[in-house]
Design a protein around this ligand. Structure first.
Ligand code: CA
Ligand code: CA
Length: 226
C-alpha cells in the first residue's frame, strides 16, 4: 500500500509538473490559396508564468512567407497583451524561416495568461505547390523578468496550400455538390491522369487518404458543426 501511495504522489507530481510546463505558442491550422494572403493569429498561452521576452523561429512551407510592406514584415502585436514598450523584430534567417524577437524595452510583462499575442499576414506565391504541409515553432525561449528562461518543445501546425477545404468541385463554395464529388472520388470515378476534382480539398479530416470518414467530416463542415 505504501508503494502505491508513493506511486500516486509521484503521478500527481508529474501531472502538476506537466501542467506547469504548458506555456506555449499556438496557431490554428492555416489555409492559404496560391497568390493570395491571409491573416493568421498566434496565441500565447502562459498559465504558469509571465514573460518579458520571447524568442522563437517560425518555419513555413516552401512558397509561403510573411508579407512585407515598406521593408517591414506584416506582424502586429496585440496591444491588449503587449504595452507600447514592446517591439517585435523579425528577420528571415533562411528561406521561409523567420527568427522572431518580441521584447519590452521597459521590461514590462506580457499582459494576461492566454489569447492572441500577434497577428501576421502570410502570403503564398502564385506558383506555390499545393497540398498539406507543416509549419513549426522551434528554438523557443521565453524569458521572465528575473532573467530566467523557459524553453518550450518544438511545435508543429498544418499549413494547407490550395483551394478551400471541402470545395472538392472547385467552385469556391462548400455545398452538398461537393459531397457528391467526394463520393465519386471514393468510388474511384476520378482516378484518371487528369482528375476533375480537387483530391486534396477532399481530404477534409486531414489524414492521409480520402475515405468515407471525409464524407462525415464534409457534411459536418456544411452543417457548420466544425
Ligand atoms: Ca464546391
Ligand atoms: Ca481523410
Amino acid at each position: 500500500m505504501k508503494a502505491l501511495r508513493i506511486l500516486t504522489i509521484a503521478w500527481m507530481w508529474l501531472a502538476m509538473a506537466g501542467h506547469v510546463l504548458a506555456d506555449e505558442l499556438t496557431v490554428a491550422d492555416i489555409s492559404i490559396k496560391p497568390g493570395e494572403t491571409t491573416n493568421v493569429s498566434v496565441e500565447l498561452n502562459n498559465p504558469s508564468r509571465s514573460y518579458t521576452m520571447l524568442e522563437f523561429t517560425l518555419t513555413l512551407p516552401e512558397g509561403v512567407g510573411i508579407a512585407q510592406a515598406d521593408d517591414d514584415y506584416a506582424v502586429v502585436l496585440n496591444s491588449g497583451r503587449c504595452s507600447d514598450s514592446f517591439t517585435v523584430n523579425v528577420e528571415e534567417i533562411a528561406a521561409n524561416t523567420y527568427k522572431f524577437l518580441i521584447f519590452s524595452g521597459a521590461l514590462d510583462q506580457i499582459t494576461g495568461s492566454s489569447g492572441i499575442l500577434f497577428t501576421m499576414t502570410l502570403t503564398a506565391a502564385a506558383d506555390a505547390e499545393q497540398g498539406k504541409f507543416q509549419g513549426s515553432f522551434s528554438g523557443q525561449l521565453f524569458v521572465m523578468t528575473d532573467d530566467t528562461g523557459y524553453e518550450p518543445a518544438d511545435k508543429t501546425f498544418s499549413v494547407r496550400v490550395g483551394g478551400l477545404l471541402g470545395d472538392v468541385n472547385s467552385d469556391s463554395k462548400v455545398t452538398i455538390a461537393d459531397v457528391t464529388a467526394l463520393v465519386n472520388i471514393i468510388l474511384g470515378k476520378d482516378d484518371g491522369p487528369n482528375p476533375v476534382y480537387d483530391h486534396d480539398a477532399a481530404n477534409v479530416n486531414g489524414d492521409t487518404k480520402v475515405t468515407i470518414a471525409d464524407v462525415t467530416a464534409l457534411v459536418n463542415l456544411i452543417l457548420g458543426k466544425n
